[in-house]
Design a protein around this ligand. Structure first.
Ligand code: ASP
Ligand code: MG
Length: 418
C-alpha cells in the first residue's frame, strides 16, 4: 500500500490532470491512495473570496472566475461538466452567502471546495481509464476546532481510516483531498496552508503504508530553491532529521509537519518530479547518511517584534514565561530570537491576525515595536565559500552563527523586493 500526493501545480490545467492519471497508470501499482491539492492557485483565490464575503464586499465576479476556471478544465477533459463538480460550485456559492461565526471558522467552510473540486475532476478523468474511488477526506481526517490550523486527532483518524479504507482500496485507487478534515461538530477544518503533504503523511501513518511519494515540479529535494540558485544540487538521499531541520528553517519543499508521522512508523518519503517521472528523485528515510552539502533557505515577509519592558526591570525568566505563553496562545512560530537586558526580540512569519493578538496580550507589560517586510536567510551546514553565494543583503538587522548554521535577518534593498 502506497500513498501518492500531488500538489496544485501538478493539476493546474487539463494537461496536468491527464499527466497525473498517466503517472498513476505507470507507477501506481496495486494498492494506492492519491492525495490531491486544489488546482493551481485556487486556494489563494478562495482566500480572497473568503475575505470579501466576510467583509460583506462584492465577491460574485471572483466566484464566477473560479467557477469558469474549473468548468473550462472539465470542458477540455469531458463531454460535459460532471454533476458533482457543478454541485460543489453551487454549494460554494451558497456557503459564501452565509458568512457567520469567526473569520477562521468561515474560512474553513469555504476553502476546502478547492480540494473537493480538484479531486472530483481527477476522479472522473481516472475513471475513464480504470476503476477508482473518490473519498471525502473529512469523513476520515478528524481534527480539533482550531480552524485554519487544526490539529489532527490521531486516534480517531486512525480508527476511521482503518475502518473505511480497506474496502475502498479493494475497488481500485482511492482519490482523496489533502489539507482538509473535520471537527467533532462535523464542520470542515483545514490543516494550514500547503498542508496536503501532511495529509499524505496522515494516510501513510494510519495505513502503515510502504511509502509516501510527493510529486513536485522539481526533480527532488535540492539544496536551494533553483529559481534563486541555478547551481542548486539534488539530494539523492537524506535523513528524516536533516529534512525536519530544513523545513524548520523554512525550506518550502515539504510541509514541516509531514516528517514526524512518517518517522514514527519508519515510512520512507520519496520526492519525485511529475514533469520527469522517470527521474530518481530524493529518498528521505531513517538513514544515517546525512546530507552535508550547504543548504540555502530564504523566507520573506518576516516580522521582527521587539518587546521592551515598561518598568526598566530586566527581561528575566518570569517575563519570558509570559511572553512565550502569549506566543503559544497566538499560535506563533519563532524563526529567530534574541534577548538583551531590557528587550526581547524575535522574528516570525507575517500574519495580521497574530500581530494583533500579540499586541493586545503584551502591551500591558511591554512597549511593543515591530518591523515588517524583512527577509530571513539561512545557510545550514555552511562552508566558508557558501557566504559568497548569498545575494546582496541590504540592511542587516540581526545575525546568528553557530558551528553548523548561519542565519541573517535583513531588509532587502528596494530593487530586490519582489
Ligand atoms: N491547497 C492548499 C494550499 O494551497 C493545500 C496544499 O496545496 O497543500 O495551501
Ligand atoms: Mg499547494
Amino acid at each position: 500500500m502506497r500513498i501518492f500526493k500531488f500538489g496544485g501545480a501538478s493539476v493546474k490545467d487539463a494537461d496536468g490532470v491527464r499527466n497525473l492519471c498517466e503517472i498513476i497508470t505507470q507507477f501506481g501499482g496495486d494498492s494506492l491512495v492519491i492525495v490531491i491539492s486544489a488546482m493551481g492557485k485556487t486556494t489563494n483565490a478562495l482566500e480572497a473570496l473568503v475575505r470579501r464575503a466576510y467583509e460583506g464586499g462584492e465577491w460574485k465576479e471572483r466566484y464566477e472566475a473560479l467557477a469558469t476556471y474549473h468548468s473550462d478544465i472539465c470542458n477540455e477533459l469531458f463531454a460535459q461538466v460532471p454533476e458533482d463538480v457543478t454541485n460543489w460550485l453551487l454549494q460554494l456559492k451558497a456557503a459564501l452567502q452565509t458568512a457567520e461565526g469567526s473569520y477562521e471558522q468561515f474560512y474553513d467552510q469555504i476553502v476546502p471546495y478547492g480540494e473537493l473540486l480538484s479531486t472530483s475532476i481527477v476522479y472522473h478523468q481516472l475513471s475513464t481509464q480504470q476503476s477508482c474511488v473518490w473519498l471525502d477526506a473529512r469523513k476520515c481526517v478528524k481534527t480539533n476546532s482550531l480552524y485554519t490550523e487544526a490539529n489532527v486527532e490521531w486516534e480517531l483518524t486512525e480508527h476511521y481510516i482503518a475502518r473505511a479504507l480497506p474496502a475502498l482500496l479493494a475497488q481500485g485507487p482511492v482519490i482523496t483531498q489533502g489539507f482538509i478534515g473535520s471537527d467533532a461538530s462535523g464542520k470542515s477544518t483545514t490543516l494550514g496552508r500547503e498542508g496536503s503533504d501532511f495529509s499524505g503523511a496522515i494516510f501513510a501513518y494510519c495505513l502503515q503504508a510502504e511509502s509516501l511519494t510527493v510529486w513536485k515540479d522539481v526533480p527532488g529535494l535540492l539544496n536551494a530553491d533553483p529559481k534563486r540558485f541555478p547551481q542548486a544540487e539534488l539530494f539523492h538521499e537524506l535523513s528524516f532529521q536533516e529534512v525536519t531541520e530544513l523545513t524548520y528553517y523554512g525550506a518550502k519543499v515539504i510541509h514541516p509537519k509531514t516528517i514526524r508521522p512518517l518517522a514514527q512508523r519508519n515510512i520512507p518519503l520519496y520526492v519525485r518530479s511529475f514533469v520527469d517521472p522517470t527521474g530518481t528523485g530524493t529518498k528521505i528515510s531513517e538513514s544515517e547518511k546525512v546530507g552535508v552539502k550547504p543548504c540555502f533557505v530564504f523566507k520573506d515577509k518576516q516580522l521582527l517584534f521587539t518587546l521592551r519592558v515598561r518598568d526598566n526591570s530586566f527581561v528575566d525568566e518570569s517575563k519570558l514565561v509570559r511572553v512565550f505563553q502569549a506566543l503559544d496562545q497566538a499560535n506563533v512560530k519563532i524563526n529567530l530570537m534574541h534577548s538583551s537586558a531590557l528587550t526581547f526580540t524575535f522574528c516570525m512569519d507575517y500574519s495580521a491576525v497574530k500581530l494583533e493578538k500579540l499586541q493586545s496580550s503584551l502591551t500591558e507589560e511591554f512597549h511593543v515595536l515591530y518591523n515588517e517586510g524583512l527577509h530571513l536567510a539561512t545557510i545550514k551546514n555552511y562552508t566558508p565559500e557558501s557566504f559568497e553565494l548569498l545575494p546582496p543583503l541590504g540592511e542587516v538587522i540581526l545575525e546568528q552563527k553557530t558551528r553548523n548554521n548561519f542565519q541573517v535577518l535583513y531588509r532587502p534593498t528596494e530593487s530586490d523586493e519582489e
